[in-house]
Design a protein around this ligand. Sequence first.
Ligand code: FES
Length: 237
Amino acid sequence: MSATFTLDGEAIEFEPGQTLIEAARVKGRFIPFLCAHPEFPAHGSCRVCTVLVNGRPMASCTTKAAEGLVVESTTAELKSDRQALVQMLFVEGNHFCPGCEKSGGCTLQSLGTELGVTSAGFAHESPRRPVDASHPDILLDFNRCILCELCVRASADVDHKDVFALSGRGLSKHLIVNAESGRLADTGMSTTDKAMTVCPVGVILKKRHGFHAPIGERPHDVESPRQHVEHVKGRAP
Ligand code: FES
């Protein structure tokens, strides 16, 4: 007899070591997520995947499945909290989706659509953030960073270059380029790096590659927004 937990009343079998979100996904159940990535250990920064585990809120990407757990992922309060979290991510940066090269291929945008986010919901913070165009082939637009740290980990753990880091704390926390000059041109970053592929928004872009898929043929259009969140570049946990 396999071990099971219940997810919104449905029995979900799991393998030892699987997280709640992984086990749910195998059974075809979608729990919204953003910062999780199958190639990196989950670190639970965005909290979009929060579920109730025996009545307590927990990140489903970091919580291991265990026999007999009672998990709820679709309560009205959880849905409302997820919408608010995504709204806060939108207003905390400068996300001008219609003019963004990643529009239609952005996981945050697809997640907002999937969750029914139709307005900002909060006052825009409109931070002043730089754009780094110093590299001949790569553009960095820090306005769109959601602090998921995937580029930091990809550059450190896979590319072994440590091109990115997070600096500051709390509201002043922000992504930086790990060079004395602070410029991407002064790092070993290349367009073939893993760090180029993991950003769920439009911070790290190849120059001269924007808007290559017309509206109607972008990932967000070809798949449903949910499928795009689930499948984008293998990001699903
Ligand atoms: Fe679980 Fe971000 S905290 S996906």
